[in-house]
Design a protein around this ligand. Structure first.
Ligand code: RRO
Length: 305
């Protein structure tokens, strides 16, 4: 199927969000990736990064906070040693990259552009675990980074923006004006937990990114606002989707594709289960296509007898 504005066909609108699935190879041993729409790889950066010191994961009611800190082997090692395995996985491949400078971003995107089998490139401008300014919160920076990436590839380009920093529709407009094909909304939301017994932050880095059902309403609002402002943009809605109902909500808000991240950490089978349940639900409701669901909240909802 080709949901909404997606430039390539997918087995399902359910996709794996960047992060928890890593580069997908371990997950592939435990679940059928051909049933899901796409795998988005963990973000890679120009240089290798060790990530933040432990502890860097903490539970929350309705979610968790991570401060992984962009741990990755670096772009060159990723391309040489990991990417061939990623591209052999039986699903669509969205490769996530981040950089501190537009020139570095252009180098990575240009190199990816020359490799067959990459279906889209996601530019992560919204990692909450960096000391520098979150690029996605500043529309001028979003424009500059998107322009650099656009100049280096003709592949579908997604810009991943934060849900909680700056004016998301303004940043989205800057990305689309600079030539992005679509938006991934949203990243995790900056959060904090304190160990009440000792009165200190529970994560070594203090704050981190909150994900899980706790952020679903925030993600829905950003997707809804972006869909209203940009009827033709491809939107990947990510944030707190853990069941069929929340996946339908995300599509109704305007998402063409629905990213699952947190939900697959507890249950690696969740994305394939969701893909199956969505298909069964569409058949049960006698909906011919997911296009009838995507953005339905902007069109007065379903005709419910
Ligand atoms: O690695 C991380 O700390 C991280 C990244 Br790159 C991101 O985009 N979102 C997140 O919650 N954690």
């Amino acid at each position: 199927m080709t949901p909404g504005r997606c430039p390539f066909s997918v087995a399902s609108p359910i996709v794996l969000a960047s992060g928890p699935a890593g580069f997908g190879t371990e997950l592939a041993e435990r679940t059928d990736l051909s049933a899901i729409g796409a795998l988005t790889t963990k973000t890679v950066t120009p240089q290798p990064r060790e990530g933040n010191p432990q502890p860097r994961l903490v539970d929350c009611p309705c979610g968790m906070i991570n401060s992984i800190g962009l741990e990755n082997p670096g772009f060159d090692v990723f391309v040489e040693r990991c990417l061939p395995d990623v591209l052999s996985l039986p699903t669509r491949h969205i490769i996530s990259v981040a950089a501190e400078r537009p020139e570095e971003l252009a180098r990575m995107v240009g190199a990816l552009s020359a490799i067959e089998g990459i279906d889209a490139i996601e530019i992560n401008l919204s990692c909450p675990n960096v000391d520098a300014v979150v690029i996605g919160s500043d529309r001028a920076l979003v424009g500059r980074f998107t322009e650099a990436a656009r100049g280096a590839t003709e592949r579908p380009l997604l810009i991943k923006l934060p849900g909680d920093a700056g004016h998301v529709v303004a940043s989205a407009e800057a990305a689309l004006d600079a030539g992005a094909d679509g938006l991934t909304l949203i990243n995790s939301i900056r959060g904090l937990r304190i160990d009440h017994r000792v009165g200190r932050p529970m994560l070594h880095r203090e704050t981190g990114g909150l994900s899980g059902p706790a952020i679903l309403p925030i993600a829905l609002a950003r997707v809804f606002e972006a869909r209203k402002a940009f009827p033709d943009a491809l939107i990947v809605g990510t944030g707190g989707v853990t069941d069929l109902e929340s996946a339908i909500e995300m599509m109704a808000a305007g998402a063409d594709l629905v990213g699952v991240g947190y939900g697959m950490m507890a249950n690696p089978q969740l994305p394939t289960q969701l893909a199956r349940r969505l298909e069964a639900w569409l058949a049960e409701r006698r909906l011919d296509s997911v296009k009838e669901v995507i953005g339905v909240a902007h069109r007065g909802g379903f005709d419910v007898p």
